[in-house]
Each structure stands twice: as C-alpha cells, then as structure tokens.
Ligand binder design. Structure first.
Ligand code: M6R
Length: 365
C-alpha cells in the first residue's frame, strides 16, 4: 500500500495537495461560501461565546496554535490553546459561554477525550476537528468538523496537520463573516489564498531534492534549533517535533524574540538554526534575529517567501516557498520541515514509520 514510496511518511507528505483540496472543497459551495452542513453555529451562538479553548496533543496542538492566530484575527474572540494533559488538571474557566475545540487525528487520544468530557461537564459547547470518522472524540462532541486526509499510517503526523489547519481557517473565516469582523473582500481574498495552496504545496514537493541535499549534509549533527515569529513560531514547534520524533536528533523550537532571554547562550560556530521568516509583517524583526545568530557563526537555513532575496545575505542556505498571504504560510512552510525530518531520518537509517517508544494513537494517560 505504499504505492512505490519507501515509507508511509513520504507517501503521506506527497498526499497533502490532494488532502488539503479535499478538506477545503467539501466545505465550499459553488459560490465559495463555507458550508457547515450538520454543524449549527448561529450568530446567536457566536455572540454567546466569550472565549474559545483549543485543546489537543502533539502535532494537533501545534495546529491549534495556528488556529488561535486565525480565530483571534478573523473572529475577534479570545482563544486559549492548551495541551490536553494540562487542561484537565488546572480547573480552567469553562462554562456555557465557552466554545471548546478538540483537535485529534485519531479521535482516540485519551487525554484529549478526557479534556473534552471535562469541558462538556462544565457546560461548554464542544466542536471537534477529527480525521477518523466515528472515533470516540467524534462521537462525544456536539459537532464534528472532519478532516479529509484519508488514513494516516506513519506515526509522524503530516497530512493530518495540514488538513487540521484548513479546518481552523474555515472555522475562523466562517465566524468572522457571520459576526461581521471581516469584510467580504477579505473573506474572498482568504478563500482564494486557500484554494491556491494545493498547487503551491506541489511546487514545494517538486523541489524536495534541495531539502534532501541539505539533509545529507546535516544529518549527523546532534542538535537543531527552530526559530520564528508570530505564526512562524507555531510552525517552528511542529518542525522541531517532527525532526526529533523520526531522527532522534535533539531539537528545540523557540519564538525568535525569546532567544536573547537565554537560549542564544547555546549558539556556537556551526550550530544549526532553521529560521522561519515567512511573515512580511514581521520580516525586519526576524531578520534582526537571524543577524544575531549568524553573528555567533551559526549555520542558518532560512525559509522565506520567493523573491525575498535580502535574506540570502545572512543565511547559509535559503529554502523559498511560493508567495502567499501571511495568514496561510503555515500550510507551506511546514512542508520543507516535514521533508527535512524525513530525509534526515532516512540518512540516519531510522525506522521512520514506527519511531521507537511511540504509538500512533496514545490511548493511555
Ligand atoms: O491522534 P491525535 O491527533 O490526537 O494525536 C496527537 C498526538 O499524539 C500526535 O499528533 C503525535 O504528536 C504525532 N506523533 C506527531 O507527529
């Protein structure tokens, strides 16, 4: 069933254009309006919610971090993102004015399920973003927003993440439009941006060879840092998790502005730093952070939008992603990071689809 691919992880990375298209198009009608089908989220509901909790584990949690940016920006409601194993034990402020969003590929992660039950018990409305139809999380939620990623076999999550992002954007846009916190023009622009993503992902995958070369060069290092600002920091966490989980390299992600509050002490000549610099809005700030680590002679691999060649001055290598709006960059910047994790693990000859000590779904606490 690997259809000629050496590993499920690589196959699933390649399936992303299709999975993203599927998740998006199933929720859009002929006029590009978002259909919620079975889900009822009325204006009255939205006006009743005074906060949203997004709760998940691992990669799904990282999708939630991006969801926070999207919902806060587009629907103007405060969002807190929490790892499920923490949420449950901290007596969170949940009542009938809370929308609780659970994200889970498998729908069987025990911590996520327990957090969901706790939120429900306290009166929250529960919406879940789930890949496996009929799974426990799906069954116990008031409403389910399915990702259409298809079965994900590799332990390292790839296509589930990008389709979870699509759902987050759709929910944020739906809410923003209904509440009137975004304009019609902005809505149309964002839908057009999302529709253009599958082809752009394909373009990045076509250039996988560049990432493979980089991996061949860097695979035997013992630590890697990921930095970014804003939405790029959320993707930095995901890139770091992906790398450590399949290659066993010690990796660390941090919001770039935090570097100088401690972590920069670890920078030495040849330290590997993967710098995400996709946000036009934050580019100058991010550029300064790259200058800071480069001054310590770090080996900087930057990820930036096409045409942004200024970054070459301070980077050892640059991986370009196709141009797109700042809001949707996570759907593109994560692809080279997934490929990097994959190729590094392959160079190291690790058991990519079944990394040691990990299970595809964690059904114990
Ligand atoms: O099935 P879930 O989405 O609830 O799983 C959550 C995490 O266990 C999962 O994302 C894990 O972090 C992956 N191995 C990451 O690649």
């Amino acid at each position: 069933e690997k259809e000629g691919y050496e590993h499920f992880m690589l196959k699933e990375i390649h399936e992303q254009p299709k999975a993203i298209r599927e998740t998006l198009m199933r929720r859009l009608d002929d006029d590009d309006q978002i259909k919620l089908d079975g889900i009822s989220l009325t204006l009255e509901d939205l006006e009743n919610f005074n906060k949203i909790y997004i709760v998940a584990c691992g990669t799904a949690y990282h999708a939630g971090l991006v969801g926070k940016y999207a919902i806060e920006k587009m629907a103007r409601v405060p969002v807190e993102v929490d790892v499920a194993s923490e949420f449950r034990y901290r007596d969170p402020f949940v009542d009938d004015k809370t929308l609780f969003i659970a994200i889970s590929q498998s729908g069987e992660t025990l911590d996520t399920l327990a957090a969901l039950r706790e939120a429900k018990r306290k009166g929250a409305r529960v919406l879940s973003i789930v890949n496996v139809v009929g799974s426990s999380v799906a069954r116990e939620s008031d409403d389910v927003f399915y990702t259409w990623a298809g079965p994900e076999i590799a332990v390292a999550s790839t296509k589930a993440y990008t389709t979870q992002l699509v759902c987050m954007y759709l929910i944020a846009l739906y809410m923003g439009k209904l509440k009137g916190t975004i304009s019609k023009e902005y809505y149309a622009e964002m839908i057009a941006e999302l529709k253009a993503i599958p082809e752009k992902v394909e373009k990045i995958i076509e250039k996988a060879g560049e990432v493979e070369e980089l991996a061949k060069f860097l695979y035997n290092r013992d630590q890697v840092f990921f930095i970014g600002r804003g939405i790029d920091s959320a993707v930095a966490y995901e890139g770091s998790l992906k790398l450590k989980e399949v290659s066993y390299i010690n990796s660390f992600a941090i919001a770039a502005g935090e570097l100088k509050h401690g972590t920069i002490a670890l920078m030495e000549p040849e330290t590997i730093v993967i710098a995400l610099a996709s946000q036009d809005r934050l580019f100058d700030k991010m550029y300064s952070n790259i200058v800071e680590v480069k001054a310590r002679l770090a080996h900087v691999v930057s990820i930036a939008k096409e045409g942004n060649t200024k970054i070459e001055q301070e980077s050892t290598e640059v991986i370009y992603i196709p141009n797109c709006a700042d809001e949707v960059t996570p759907l593109l910047t994560v692809i080279p990071l997934q490929l990097f994790a994959y190729y590094v693990a392959r160079e190291r000859d690790e058991d990519i689809d079944k990394p040691r000590n990990l299970a595809k779904s964690v059904t114990v606490e």
